[in-house]
Design a protein around this ligand. Sequence first.
Ligand SMILES: NC(=O)c1ccc[n+]([C@@H]2O[C@H](COP(=O)([O-])OP(=O)(O)OC[C@H]3O[C@@H](n4cnc5c(N)ncnc54)[C@H](OP(=O)(O)O)[C@@H]3O)[C@@H](O)[C@H]2O)c1
Length: 491
Amino acid sequence: MNTELDTLSVVVVGASGDLAKRKIFPALFALYCQGFLPAELTITGFARSEMSHEEFRARITEYLTCRYTPGEKDCAEKMEAFLDRCHYVSGQYGSTDAFLDLFMHLQQYEPHSRTNRLFYLAIPPSIFLDVARAIGSAGFVYCGETAPWSRVVIEKPFGHDRDSSDELVHELSLVFSDNQTFRIDHYLGKEVIQNLLVLRFANRIFEPLWNREHIRSVQISWAEQLGVEGRGGYFDQYGIIRDVVQNHLLQILSLVAMEPPDHLASGAIRKEKVRVLKCMETVELDDLVLGQYTASEDGDPPHPGYADDETVPDDSLVCTYAAARLHIDNPRWQGVPFLLRAGKALDRKTTEIRILFRDLDNCVFCGPEGCPHPNELVIRVQPDESISFRITNKVPGLEMDLEARDLDLQYDTAFSELIPDAYEDLLLDVIQGEKSLFIGSQELAAAWDVFTPVLHAIDENRVRPLPYPFGSTGPAEAMDLAVKAGTVWRQ
Ligand SMILES: NC(=O)c1ccc[n+]([C@@H]2O[C@H](COP(=O)([O-])OP(=O)(O)OC[C@H]3O[C@@H](n4cnc5c(N)ncnc54)[C@H](OP(=O)(O)O)[C@@H]3O)[C@@H](O)[C@H]2O)c1
């Protein structure tokens, strides 16, 4: 009898690629080691590259880790058992024949003729639809919502703008229903991001303060030290707003700003995320500072600039840095600036959320030199997950000296548990049919609406990004954007 979870066939399309090797197979192995995958399991890699099963297994072994099965012998046994279930088939992406061929191969390995099937499209977005249609025409997709099920996972970017995203949603829905489609934003699988709702709604102190009366500004920053490093082909079609700001940062922002959901089911959480996204004012050109990195100012030889990369056109106007000021027009947030910034080739690697509370204006400790430092909540997503809360404290001693200090929760010392990779959590949710960490179609549309007009204005006006040197903090003008919003960027 084929019940919800007793058989599973995972097909990774684009299995020769970077995402498959670095994230998908290690996550599947981690779930396998922890006993989350059914015993009757088949994993098949599909791509155009010619490879034998053995070459494919050798390729994916490189990134499998023993974190859930310490001990050399145990780990080697688990790895062997896992790799025994992994096979590889090569074929052309848009070809129904290639997928019929895959189907013939699967019949050799799959324990049942009607197995639950998960398709992971780890391929460039330009071929999503061709592949989905070929999967559909090869007869892989079960219609019903119950077992045996077919589900498809796709990775951002989901379109270029609102129209292309709507078209992708519609065309894909002709093969996989919305319920069968799992749109991944892997930031939503990160431990600290999943903790946002817990932090906000399972701690009494935050909800009464989480509003315009007490919060001066919210800042969400994403910084990477690397440039495009020879992978500019993809990036140059999208730029930093489409690659990071409009999806990862807007998703984080919607979790920070949403109203409490009625319950924890995915529908209730998504409903609140859509509501807050719809209250966001459309971003205008004046709300943005755009930059593109140039060669580093030191180093021997200096690190090349973005347009010097051989995979990027010399005259590219694509932004590798963007700072944006957003406003949410609802009673909770009216007048509070939300500042987002993302940049490549910066001086640090970090993703963090900073909630800056308002200044104290009438307190017994206010004096001629001002008032105590305002409170600040810092949620660090990566690296070194942590939550810290800045408070004002008396410095021990005979004087009444005050100083701002952090209450500090560092995940690596506070928890002995391993922090799962985001892909482990997300893949398990796909297998279990749990959708709260995936992007719904309404949410996607609302998120595109915030940025689509300004993205078109940037393209139509050929807006030239400001230069900033590789390894710097980004364009200085981003500071002015924060000042105009009545706040300052915090590092
Ligand atoms: N890498 C990441 O960390 C990451 C993070 C977030 C999202 N994503 C998204 O995940 C997907 C896969 O990413 P990836 O980095 O693994 O991509 P990738 O390595 O560039 O491509 C995956 C595979 O697709 C095939 N391919 C590449 N370019 C193609 C083209 N122009 N036409 C047809 N086939 C092509 C190649 O396989 P064959 O030549 O063997 O067919 C390649 O091995 C993309 O949608 C990307 O936007 C990736």
